[in-house]
Design a protein around this ligand. Structure first.
Ligand SMILES: C[S@@+](CC[C@H](N)C(=O)[O-])C[C@H]1O[C@@H](n2cnc3c(N)ncnc32)[C@H](O)[C@@H]1O
Length: 441
């Protein structure tokens, strides 16, 4: 089975392409072959891992030293990855991958779904719930080859060699046998397969390598997003869609944990994760379970610290890291999102945006971000916002390393230069992401 060159079904591929292709009449750099490049790029894993250091509890040199020691201890010198501090943002460490062609493939086989495969290619081991199939006869410590189920037809507990579409992604060693994984009334947890090599060459970084709360794996554009927001100590800041809190903890670190940071999410399960993350990372944040489309109320009696609803012009800075179609995730092997779901995000993003503009102080900063690639959810929202709110201005982010926005909306060439798109055209080789930074006049 050849490696896929687009995660999207033919139908979705065409409909997405027609949306991005419409840009070609506005900008010579955007055309069908560019869209094909984006799709190809989405199928492949990033070539680097990025680690953000929590500067409240540690510093970048400490974490860098720990990584150096770890890799020198477990790997031969020639295999130690290149590791360095990002040149533009000193709270980020880059670990370069060395992609590999796997040889000496074991006939003993593990099948995983595409989400598990993506995690493996980004440095995870395989946990018990992720093992869809394991050929019969696999014993502890056996070498196995790991395949992703491209056909999405593998039934949990498959015993035979899988004969549908699959591709080899990694090699590993068995920790848990079939009887531990698939026995009746079991709820197995823990690492079932330890990964030894992957086609991405992404090294596994043990969870306990760093002291709790001192660092986390975070995609580079997510870090750039918060440097674009540029939070400062003693400000009043709102994170409207905050869970699981990876950007909240970065905002708090840049505020030096001083000031008022309000973090909201409407999903109870994700709010739990947000609370745990903030506790682990020693973050001072006021956390509220609420629907951020309803958090502005001109007659509210609440102080900001009491939670929503809030009065207009309550916040110095607002992050709207919007719920989106998440088509920028990498690697993706097969994305079955429907047209209906794809179209459902824009109305929600607009509702959230309206609340954000009302809640922002004059001269305050609003950052709108998504981890998707569509025009409608990115440049389309910016164009709509600039038309609807004549007191909003696009500004260049403090840290600007992404590519310009795509044409195809009413945004001018100057406006597009102020946006940051992350995709195959910028140097970061991370995930697909979008950042727009506004000031309210
Ligand atoms: C892109 S994720 C946020 C990721 C988060 N900012 C981080 O970096 O860890 C979007 C979040 O928006 C939340 N969400 C969706 N609709 C919402 C709403 N109406 N009000 C508040 N949160 C919402 C989802 O539960 C989800 O956690």
């Amino acid at each position: 089975m050849p490696y896929p060159n687009s995660p999207f079904s033919l139908q979705l591929h065409e409909s997405l392409m027609s949306r991005i292709e419409s840009a070609s009449s506005y900008s010579s750099s955007i055309n069908i072959s560019n869209f094909t490049r984006i799709c190809n790029w989405l199928c492949t894993p990033p070539r680097v891992t990025t680690i953000r250091v929590n500067t409240l509890l540690s510093n970048t040199d400490n974490i860098l030293n720990k990584l150096h020691h770890h890799f020198r201890y477990i790997l031969e010198d020639a295999l130690v990855p290149n590791i360095y501090i990002h040149e533009s943002t000193k709270d980020v460490i880059i670990v370069e991958h060395t992609p590999k062609i796997l040889d000496n493939i074991s006939p003993k086989e593990i099948i995983v779904d595409d989400a598990c495969a993506a995690a493996v290619l980004r440095g995870a081991h395989i946990f018990a719930p992720g093992v869809l199939g394991m050929t019969i006869g696999c014993q502890k410590s056996d070498n196995v080859s790991i395949y992703v189920d491209l056909a999405k037809k593998c039934k949990k507990g498959l015993q035979k060699v899988y004969d549908k579409d699959k591709i080899l992604i990694a090699k590993g060693v068995v920790n848990m046998t079939r009887s531990e994984l698939y026995g009746e009334n079991l709820n197995p947890q823990g690492i079932a397969i330890t990964i030894t090599e992957t086609i991405s060459g992404c090294p596994q970084i043990p969870e306990d390598l760093f002291p709790k709360g001192s660092a986390l794996l975070q995609n580079l554009p997510s870090v750039i997003c918060i440097h674009s927001l540029n939070p400062l100590p003693n400000e009043v800041i709102l994170d409207m869609c905050a869970a699981p809190g990876h950007k909240t903890s970065h905002i708090a670190a840049l505020m030096n944990n001083q000031g008022t940071l309000v973090a909201i999410d409407k999903n109870p399960g994700r709010i739990k994760k947000l609370r745990k993350h903030c506790s682990d990372f020693n973050i001072n944040a006021r956390i509220f379970l609420s629907n951020s489309t309803l958090i502005f109320n001109e007659s509210s009696q609440n102080r900001v610290e009491d939670g929503p609803p809030f009065l207009s012009e309550s916040f110095d800075r607002i992050l709207l890291d919007a719920p989106c179609s998440a088509l920028g995730k990498r690697p993706q092997f097969r994305n079955d999102i429907t047209e209906k779901v794809l179209l459902s995000f824009v109305p929600l993003q607009k509702k959230l945006f309206i609340q954000a503009v009302n809640l922002l102080k004059i001269n305050g900063c609003l950052v709108y971000s998504t981890c998707t690639i569509t025009l409608d959810e990115n440049e389309g929202i910016v164009a709509w916002a600039l038309k609807k709110f004549n007191n909003l201005r696009l500004v260049k982010s403090k840290l600007h390393i992404g590519s310009p926005g795509l044409g195809g909306t009413t945004l001018s060439t100057e406006d597009l230069q102020l946006l940051q798109r992350f995709g195959p055209n910028d140097d970061s080789d991370s995930i697909g992401f979008f950042i727009a930074c506004f000031i309210k006049k």
